[in-house]
Design a binder for this molecule. Structure first.
Ligand SMILES: Cc1ncc(COP(=O)(O)O)c(C=O)c1O
Length: 399
């Protein structure tokens, strides 16, 4: 019997993906009304809300004519050179070649998703593991599944110090692992990988021949110590070609330009070549005027320092009122609660605050545990005054 088109597509890999966290949040809050007596605080999405850096408008004006040209899919030379120079300055890299080791991306989201498609090679008999933290930025999960890999979830719990566990993984799992996603600083937990962690992971990558992909889009948002980068650790280990390593970074958080859709991919030249081939077919070039803004942003640190001060002051303001431990990185706070959905609904109705239930950022692991359960995530993206008001309102919910 011949199959209909519907039958043919019944088992589409996309069907294995759940609703995106923000769609679930909309459903959870549907029909509820935020407290009308209080100014609404949206701490749900991790969207920086800082003033536009001063170079954006003049750069755009100057290069407007570029909209009438096709950009290259790899990013034009001037942008890749600006990115390479930033990587060298920021991470002390002795060499990174703008031609063979750097690509432009339309933000890290697109690149993180494409990574699994570019780098893993499943076949009918074997689906490789794609490792990722749990809870996580959901793109890793979507990428692993749609690319035909099997997600392996590394619990990031209080017990692991919120580090994705690498100690309890057996050799046969490592043997079948193709790719490991690391997020440092982490959304949502604020954990930051140190040199010891990255070194252990890179030694395992060498032994079992898998790729390590670090999502470092929060690298410029930290409380005390500047986070170390994966490429920096590879270099310190003598892996100066960054073999098996890719990093992704973005101007969305660093420069508070989430609408620019501009980021970077850098590392192992062989993986960059593979990625580049994928991009030559999928064609996601960044418009030229936006590439010029991006190049200017990577070259400027002043606005980044201004932003950092706001985030640090916001963390201080929040924890002065709320109490607890300040996370090492990112602008998220990850708060333990008894029932996360119930807490999010109460915060909305009683305190006019939008939060995200932690379980929506996780999924059940091999043991059936969702390490995001029992937490809510709040984004401190509205400045210092709002951070302390948010802490006051959330504290009030505990009575
Ligand atoms: C951990 C993480 N990675 C990647 C992204 C994607 O950011 P963009 O595509 O804007 O670079 C986000 C955005 O919230 C994020 O939280």
């Amino acid at each position: 019997m011949s199959k209909t088109i519907i039958d043919k597509h019944e088992q589409h890999r996309l069907d294995q993906l759940g609703e995106y966290p923000f769609a679930r949040l909309r459903q959870l809050l549907q029909g509820l009304i935020p407290n009308p007596d209080l100014p609404f605080i949206d701490a749900g999405a991790g969207e920086p809300r800082l003033p536009l850096p001063s170079f954006v408008q003049p750069t755009l004006d100057k290069h407007l004519a570029g909209f009438s040209k096709y950009p290259t899919t790899t990013g034009n030379d001037f942008l890749r050179e600006s990115i390479a120079a930033w990587l060298q300055r920021r991470f002390g890299l002795k060499s990174i070649d703008a031609n063979s080791q750097v690509l432009s991306a339309n933000g890290t989201r697109e690149a993180l998703f494409a990574a699994a498609h570019a780098l893993i090679n499943p076949n009918a008999d074997s689906q490789p593991w794609v490792m990722m933290p749990n809870p996580m930025y959901q793109i890793y999960l979507g990428a692993a599944i749609t690319a035909g890999g099997k997600p392996y979830l590394q619990p990031c719990s209080k017990e692991t110090g919120f580090a994705p566990d690498i100690e309890g993984i057996t050799d046969d799992v490592w043997q079948d692992t193709a790719l490991v996603y690391v997020c440092s600083p982490s959304n949502p937990t604020g954990w930051v990988a140190d040199e010891v962690y990255y070194t252990k992971l890179l030694k395992l990558a060498e032994k079992f021949d898998f790729y390590v992909l670090a999502d470092e889009c929060y690298s410029e948002i930290y409380y005390a110590d500047k986070p170390i980068g994966l490429l920096e650790v590879a270099q310190n280990m003598g892996n100066t070609d960054y073999k098996r390593c890719l990093v992704m970074n973005s101007l969305s958080k660093r420069s508070a330009l989430p609408g620019l859709r501009s980021g970077l991919i850098a590392g192992d030249a062989a993986l960059i070549k593979q990625f580049s081939k994928l991009r030559s077919y999928t064609g996601p070039g960044t418009p030229l005027p936006l590439q010029h803004v991006a190049a200017a942003a990577w070259a400027d640190e002043e606005h980044v320092q201004d932003h950092l001060k706001v985030y640090r002051d916001s963390l201080d303001a929040f924890f002065d009122v709320y109490g607890g431990t300040i996370p090492a990185g990112s602008f998220f706070v990850w708060l333990p609660v008894a029932d996360e959905e119930d807490f999010v609904k109460k915060a909305y109705v009683e305190q006019g605050v939008k939060l995200l239930p932690g379980s929506y950022l996780g999924t059940e692991d091999q043991q059936g545990i969702n390490a995001g359960s029992g937490y809510v995530r709040a984004a401190l993206v509205d400045g210092v005054g709002c951070a302390s008001e948010l802490a006051k309102r959330l504290k009030a919910l505990f009575g």
